[in-house]
Design a protein around this ligand. Structure first.
Ligand code: NDP
Ligand code: GDR
Length: 371
């Protein structure tokens, strides 16, 4: 008998990689997607199966973490062995603009799932994975951050996720549920949302190299993050749920890098050497040289500038995780390092914008039929 998994947030970066992994392991996968006015399944379209065919392994259900009636119904219908709760308003900066919604979806949403499992009498059958985050550590208390480092959340997103973390622990202790937190540090990929800093940079680098954009405007270049690859991290999620005892785990690479260095690495991928000058809001980066004959960039051209609109009211300055527990208990080890990640992300964006440029130049590019 195939195991059954329910993935909330299946249309997101992690949901897409996790669905692919679970299908490859023979699972029947149910995913919850939100109703949107445009199609929002780009990341999983390659996994889509026509529901009219036989032996369909991937099923999509409309739903929302703010609607408990719908969550109860889907969990009852699907009777999952494993639930991966990945759905969230996941943008830290945007959470300052939408704090109440973020608390509802990211905090209470987790409670709705746990309570649905309990009400439906599935506490012994269904394991629940909660997508917790290194943002819980917030204002630096100690480094590297491990499962025992105190939390100090610094955004409405992180505060909502802190509620989700503890309600997961509480349901485990109160009702004996297999409910666990993966405290995942930043993880990226070519599927990363376009407004997170890594993807914003790799898209910007690709477009600047191809002459389709002038400059990248960024916020805090000093922030340091422990960046891994989403493919490695969904493997860790799965391993956490395969354990005999429910425990929380930090998933990280143990290496931290400033945003500024990520920018330099991304430009270097396309043969462009840059140099930073100035400080704080006046900092810029200019081209020193361009060794790639495909890209026509003159030395001295300003390609990065700081725009304080991207500063956050409260920032998380330094994240560096200690993955020792995951390495020893889960046997988890990332396959990618930062150089490999940057290389894959830049290559994917260059490829995609090269095609877009070619289509535009040939008069075939139609972004929107009403444009
Ligand atoms: P994404 O933003 O790429 O995906 C979020 C997913 O949640 C999307 O499918 C989105 O749907 C869905 N969603 C948002 N709000 C709701 C809602 N109210 N009801 C139902 N679905 C909703 O995030 P990631 O894939 O990067 O992250 C997955 C999870 O892991 C998130 O919970 C995130 O907070 C957490 N996390 C992520 C880390 C990272 O570095 N990526 C690190 C640590 C934790 P739609 O496609 O319609 O927008
Ligand atoms: P983060 O990721 O907040 O760590 O949350 P993000 O990529 O948004 O920011 C990382 C750091 O870069 C700085 N920064 C900028 N960020 C964005 N988005 N845009 C910019 O222009 C910019 N310039 C500098 C930020 O200030 C920050 O310090 C991600 C999300 O996936 C969360 O859901 C997840 O929980 C955490 O990672 C772990």
């Amino acid at each position: 008998m195939s195991k059954v998994a329910l993935v909330t947030g299946i249309t997101g970066q992690d949901g897409a990689y996790l669905a692919e992994l679970l299908l490859s392991k023979g699972y029947i996968v149910h995913g919850i997607k939100r109703r949107a006015s445009l199609f929002n399944t780009d990341r999983i379209d390659h996994l889509y199966q026509d529901p009219h065919e036989k032996n369909v392994k991937l099923h999509l259900h409309y739903g929302d973490l703010t609607d408990s009636t719908n969550l109860i119904r889907i969990i009852q219908e699907t009777q999952p062995d494993e639930i991966y709760n990945l759905a969230a308003m996941s943008h830290v900066h945007v959470s300052f603009e939408t704090p109440e919604y973020t608390a509802n979806a990211d905090g209470i949403g987790t409670l709705r799932i746990l309570e649905a499992v309990r009400l439906l009498g599935l506490t012994k059958k269904t394991k629940v994975y909660q997508a917790s985050t290194s943002e819980l550590y917030g204002l630096v208390q100690a480094v590297p951050q491990s499962e025992t480092t105190p939390f100090y959340p610094r955004s409405p997103y992180a505060v909502a996720k802190m509620y989700a973390y503890w309600i997961t622990v509480n349901y485990r202790e109160a009702y004996g549920m297999f409910a666990v937190n993966g405290i995942l540090f930043n993880h990226e990929s070519p599927l990363r949302g376009e407004t997170f800093v890594t993807r914003k940079i790799t898209r910007g680098v690709a477009k600047i190299a191809l002459g389709m954009q002038d400059k990248i405007y960024l916020g805090n270049l000093n922030a340091r993050r422990d960046w891994g690859h989403a493919k490695d991290y969904v493997e860790a999620m799965w391993r956490i749920l395969q354990q005999d005892t429910p425990e929380d785990y930090v998933i990280a690479t143990g290496v931290t890098t400033p945003v500024r260095e990520f920018v330099r690495m991304a430009f270097a991928e396309v043969g462009i050497e840059i140099e930073f000058s100035g400080s704080e809001a006046g900092e810029v980066a200019k081209v020193v040289s361009c060794s790639n004959p495909e890209f026509q960039l003159e030395a001295g051209k300003e390609v990065v500038a700081v725009d304080p609109r991207y500063y956050r009211p409260t920032e998380v300055d330094l994240l560096i995780g200690d993955p020792t527990k995951a390495q020893t208990k889960l046997g988890w080890k990332p396959k990618y390092d930062l150089a490999g990640l940057v290389s894959e992300m830049v290559a994917a964006d260059v490829d995609s914008f090269r095609k877009e440029k070619l289509l535009k130049e040939s008069g075939y590019y139609v972004k929107n039929q009403y444009e």
